[in-house]
Unconditional design. Sequence first.
Length: 601
Amino acid sequence: MCGIFGYVGVRERDVALMTYRALRDLEYRGYDSWGIAAMTPDGVFVRKSVGKISDTNEQELKGISGKLAIGHSRWATHGGVSEVNSHPHFNRDRTIAVIHNGIVENHNELRAFLYAKLGLVHADLFVSETDTEVIPHLIDYFLRLGNTFESAFVETGKMLEGRYAVVVMKRGEPYLLAMRDGSPLVVGEGEDQYYLASDVPAFLDHTRTVCYPGDREYLKVSAEGIMMRSLDDGAKVEPKWSEILWDKASATKEGHPHYMLKEILEQPLSLDKAIRQEDGKLLEAAALMKEAEHCFFIGCGTAAKMAKLGELYAASVGGRQTTAFVGSEFKPYEQFLDRKSVLFAVSQSGETADVLEALSVGKKRGAKIVSLLNVVGSSMDRMSDKKLFINTGPEIAVASTKAATAQAAVLILLAHALAKDGKAKLAEGKHLLRRAVKEIKAWLTPDLSYEIRRVAERLKDTNDLYIIGRGLNAPIAHEAAIKIQEVSYIHAEGFPGGELKHGPIALIQKGTPVIALIANDETRRDMESNTMELKSRGAYIIGIAPTHSPLFDEWIPVPDLGIASTIANLIPIQLLAYHLAVLRGNDPDKPRNLAKSVTVK
Ligand code: F6R
C-alpha cells in the first residue's frame, strides 16, 4: 500500500523526472494518486495529481534540477482520492514535506494534542483528510519549541502509533530524515548519493547496494552518508549493506503486454527456483513444527489459500495436524499461543498487516515464528526464528500468481520434511517436484494461453462463475475465485464439491458456468458425481483435469502431477482470469481498489 521514494545526492540532477520514474516502478503498490516534492535552487517544486502516474507524460517532469526529492504513489486509506489528500503533506508555512506509507492509528489524539497546544481549530491547521498530515504539523510544533529538525522528527516519531514508513524533507536542510515501524523501507547506496524506497525496483537502475532499517529505527541521509539510530533510545545502529542479486529485467515486462501474463508464463522458471530449497532449512523448520504442541499456518488472501493447502499437505503427506487461519480472523486464538506453539506465516511481501499482528502477539507470548516469504529483508523476515524463501524474484502484478505456485511447491516440500523419516521423504518430494516442473515447462506454452483465451471469450459476459474442487483442490477452488474476482470483476465463488448440495447448487441455472477441478486421486469419483449434478441442472462445465470426461463442455487438459496437481490446476485459472480481465477492458496489473502489499488492517 503506497510507494515512497526519496533521493539525496551531491550533484544537481533532474530530480523530479528521476522521482517520477521511481514512482512508476512502485506503482503496483498504490495507484490512485501521486505526488512529488523536489528541493530546487528556486525553492520547493511540488506536483500532485489524481490517477496513475504512468498516465502522465514524463516530459512534464523534465528539467527540475535539484539534490533532494521525495515522491509518493498513494492507495487511499484516510480521506478520498483527491489532489489535496495525495502526498507530500506540509506544515503551515510549507517548509516541511512528508510522505508516508502505513496508518497513524492515533491521528485523532494527535490532532487533539495539536489543537490544545496551539489553540487552533481543525480548519486553521489541516488542509487534507489524511492521517499523515499530523506528522508535518507535529514536527513544526517541536521545531517551534526549539528542537533541531532531527530532534523534532524524533519527538514526532515517538508519538506515532501504528505502522509506518515516513520520509521527510525540510527547506534549507541538505538531508532527508526517515523512520519506519512495520512498513517497508529500503535504502540504496550509490556514489555520493542515496535512495530511500518502499521497494528495490524504485532505484535498481542506480544501485544494487541496499540496507533494510529495522522497526523503530530512524535515518538521517545526506549525500555524504547515512546515520541510523534507534527511535527509542537514540543508540547508533550500524547499517548492514547487501547486494541485490536479481536484475531489473525480472522487474520489467520483457515484451509481455502485462506483468501478470509475464509472471504466469515464467512459472516453470520460478518453480524451478522455489524447489531448490536447502534440505537443512526445511528440516529445521519441520523440526520446530514437530516439537510444537500447536502449529498454526497463517496468511491473507491468496496466501491464506496456500496456507490452507499447507495444512492439507502437512496432514496428508507429513502426518501432522496443523490449523490454517486467515490473518484477520486469528484474534480469538491468540490466547492459545505459548512457547509450545509455532506460527507459520505464508506471505509474498512479508508485510501484510494482519499476519504481522498475529506474529507480534505470538512473539510476545513466546511462540516460534516460521515464515515462507518472497521479499528478503521484509518485516516478517526480521521477526522470524526460521525462514524459507520462495526465491521467485519480484512479483509486480497485484494478483499473486508465480508466488502462489511457488508457495504451494515449498509447502509440499515442507510436508515431506514433516513426515516420519523426513530426510528420505524430502528426497522423494524433491524428485516429485522436479518432475512436475519439467512437465509444467513442456505444457505451459503460448498455445495454452491462446486456448484459454478462447474459453475466456465465451465467458467474458457472464455475471457469475463458480469453481468446485475437493481435497487438495478445495483451496484451489477458493483461490480461483479470488483470482477471477480481482482482475475480471466477475462475481466468482469457489466451493468444496461436497458443499454444493448444502446450498450453492440453488444458484445453478441453464448455462451457468462452473469450473470443475478434477484430479486423478481419491476425490475423482465424488467430483465426477458433483459435476454430473451440476450438468443435469444445466451448468456449462469447464473441466480442468488430466483426463477428458463427457461431462465437460470445455476441457482444459492439465498434466497429472500426483499431489502436485494443485500447482498445475492453478495455472489455467490464472490465465483465464488474466484473459477475462483483458477482454473486459480491465488493467490486470492494477485492479481497481486493490494494492499489492496490504500494510494496513
Ligand atoms: C491476490 C493477492 C492477495 C495477497 C494477500 C497477501 O492475488 O495477491 O490476496 O495474496 O494480500 O499478500 P502477501 O502474500 O504479500 O502477504
